[in-house]
Design a protein around this ligand. Structure first.
Ligand code: OOG
Ligand code: MG
Length: 267
C-alpha cells in the first residue's frame, strides 16, 4: 500500500529534525516495513524540496548537485547493502578546506574520499554511456564527503538510506580542478590519512570500474524520473575506499595521484 500523504510528511519531518538537531533515530522501516525503493526516492525528493523551501526563508539553500553512494565493493560490504544509490547535494552541505567542520553539529560522522565532477553541460536521458558523461564533464577534482546517517548506529536497509538522502551531510572539494581528458580516472590511486597516519587506500576503478560509469548509471536512473544533471552541478562519484570515523580534534587528508589532495579538520 502506498504511503499516505500524512505518513510522507511525518517521515520527512522525522528525518529533517534528526539532521537539524543532531540526534539518531530508529529506521523508518521499523515503522513502515513495506517501504519500497520507489517510496524511498519519493521521500528523498520531498526531503530535499522541504530543505530548499525552508532554507530559502533563512539562508538560501539551493540544490548544487548529486551524489552517488555504495558504488564500491568496499562500501557495499561495509554497509551490508549491495546496490548503488543516489542522493542530492545542497549548498548548506558545502564545507571549505580552511573552515573546520563543527563536530557537535553532527551525529557520528565518517569521511569518504571521492572523485568530484563539475558538469559543463546538462545531461539527461535513460541510455547514456560513460563516454556521454565524460563529454559533459568540465573538470574533475579531489573531494571528501562527510556522511552522517541519521539512523541509530549508522545501520540501515536500502530504502532507509535512500529516504535519508544517502547519509549526506557535508562535502569538501579540493581546489585542484583539471580537465577529464588529462587523467586516467580508473587508474588514480588514493591514500586517506587521519592525523597523519594512513587509514585507507583505494583507486578510481573501485567505483563500478570507472567513476564516469557510475555517473552514467545515476543519470540513467534520474532519467526514469525525468530528472538529470545540470550545467554547473557537482557530482560526487562515490567513495573509492571504506569510510572512516572522525571526531573533534581530528584532521583528514586524501591524496589522489594526478588529482592532488583535499583535507579538512574537525573542531
Ligand atoms: C551511504 C552513503 C554511501 C558512498 O560514497 O558510498 C556513500 C552510507 O554508507 O551511509 O556516500
Ligand atoms: Mg559518498
Amino acid at each position: 500500500m502506498p504511503l499516505t500523504k500524512s505518513a510522507n510528511l511525518e517521515i520527512v519531518d522525522y528525518l529533517l529534525s534528526a539532521e537539524r538537531e543532531g540526534y539518531e533515530v530508529t529506521k523508518v522501516t521499523e515503522r513502515y516495513p513495506d517501504l519500497t525503493i520507489d517510496d524511498a526516492y519519493s521521500l528523498q525528493k520531498q526531503l530535499i524540496e522541504r530543505k530548499v523551501q525552508d532554507g530559502v526563508k533563512r539562508v538560501g539553500v539551493k540544490r548544487v548537485g548529486v551524489k552517488l553512494g555504495l558504488t564500491s565493493k568496499a562500501k557495499q560490504e561495509m554497509m551490508g547493502v549491495h546496490e548503488a544509490i543516489y542522493g542530492y547535494l545542497t549548498s548548506d552541505m558545502l564545507g571549505l578546506e580552511w573552515e573546520p567542520i563543527v563536530f557537535n553539529q553532527l551525529i557520528h560522522p565518517k569521511a569518504e574520499p571521492e572523485i568530484a565532477f563539475l558538469m559543463g553541460e546538462d545531461l539527461c536521458g535513460t541510455n547514456l554511456t560513460e563516454e556521454d558523461v565524460l563529454k559533459a564533464v568540465k573538470y574533475v577534482a579531489p573531494a571528501l564527503e562527510i556522511i552522517d546517517s541519521r539512523y541509530l548506529d549508522f545501520k540501515f536497509t536500502l530504502p532507509d538510506v535512500v529516504a535519508d538522502n544517502c547519509s549526506s551531510s557535508r562535502f569538501i572539494v579540493g581546489s585542484n580542478w583539471i580537465k577529464p581528458d588529462q587523467v586516467n580516472l580508473a587508474n588514480i590511486g588514493m591514500v586517506m590519512s587521519k592525523n597523519g597516519e594512513v587509514a585507507t587506500v583505494g583507486a578510481g576503478a573501485a567505483v563500478l570500474g570507472h567513476p564516469a560509469k557510475a555517473v552514467a548509471w545515476a543519470v540513467n536512473k534520474l532519467g526514469e524520473h525525468k530528472e538529470g544533471l545540470k550545467k554547473g552541478d557537482i557530482v560526487l562519484t562515490g567513495a573509492v575506499s571504506e569510510a572512516i570515523s572522525f571526531r573533534s580534534g581530528d584532521s583528514i587528508h586524501a591524496q589522489f595521484a594526478d588529482l592532488g589532495s583535499v583535507s579538512f579538520s574537525c573542531s
